[in-house]
Design a binder for this molecule. Structure first.
Ligand code: SAH
Length: 251
């Protein structure tokens, strides 16, 4: 189980590169940059198991069965997942399925998207002045699950000074925004970072009050992480100064 990082192939770990090179079969998720596969052996079999070209994603049970059957046939299987395998993306479930089948599993960390996204803006996840901790949280719950309690999280983030890093939050952004506003000040800085670490990366800086409007006006979509918290305050100040200069320039 190998973390392919957020996109930039230079962010792979050396352990990941070694594992990819030793694989005879690679099962690849859709957020994995193809450039990472340059490390694969020329005769390795590459199976895409993510949703490409708008197709429904390969059912999870099928992926798990395929991993087990390939491993049982003696293949050296590498399951490549975007970011870190154990930050969302169901890596935990896959490891359980493999272990239940008696397959020996090793997990190799990758740089998770939320970390790479903030770092690309030179913003830390924690800061002695602004954030005592960080929460990686999903905006997308399992069907039937009531999902994240955003109001409780907002209160906790405010009281305990936590940075919120929201994955899979784009489609639910309006709901998340209005719930977070019940516990966090409306001028709390927000950043939305799309395609972090890739040449196509784009981002916007906003406040909690303008989160959804900014997503719309900047046409930011998936995959993006939404970061909420005072660690962004320097970036937001610079952004506000830029905007006022631009306004003055316009006369
Ligand atoms: N295991 C992955 C997360 C999988 S969940 C990791 O550790 O990064 C998929 C979500 O991750 C996306 O909806 C998006 O919120 C985020 N994501 C993945 N790659 C991204 C990227 N390059 N830029 C911004 N967000 C990304």
């Amino acid at each position: 189980m190998v973390g392919a990082g957020p996109g930039d192939p230079e962010l792979l770990t050396l352990k990941a590169v070694k594992a990819i090179a030793s694989a005879t079969v690679l099962l690849v998720d859709d957020l994995v940059n193809d450039a990472v596969l340059a490390h694969a052996a020329p005769n390795a079999r590459i199976v895409y198991v993510g949703k490409r070209g708008g197709c429904a994603s390969t059912p999870q049970a099928f992926i798990e069965k395929l991993m087990v059957s390939e491993a049982q046939r003696g293949e050296q299987v590498v399951r490549l997942k975007g970011g870190d395998p154990f930050v969302f993306g169901r890596g935990g479930e896959e490891v359980e399925a493999l272990q239940a089948a008696g397959i020996v599993v090793r997990v190799v960390n990758g740089i998770t998207a939320g970390l790479a996204a903030l770092t690309s803006l030179n913003v830390p996840l924690t800061h002695r002045e602004h954030a005592h901790g960080v929460v990686f949280v999903t905006g997308h719950a399992k069907p039937g699950d009531s999902g994240t309690d955003w109001v409780a999280l907002a209160h906790a983030a405010h009281q305990a000074k936590l940075t919120l890093v929201i994955y899979m939050g784009v489609s639910g952004a309006a709901t998340i925004q209005s719930a977070l506003l019940q516990g966090l000040p409306s001028d709390t800085p927000v950043a939305i970072i799309q395609n972090a670490s890739l040449p196509s990366q784009r981002h916007a800086v906003a406040t909690l009050a303008t989160l959804y409007d900014t997503l719309q006006s900047e046409r930011l979509g998936s995959p993006s992480v939404i970061v909420v918290g005072n660690v962004l305050h320097g970036l937001q100040a610079a952004h506000a100064a830029d905007a006022s200069l631009a306004l003055r320039a316009q006369g």
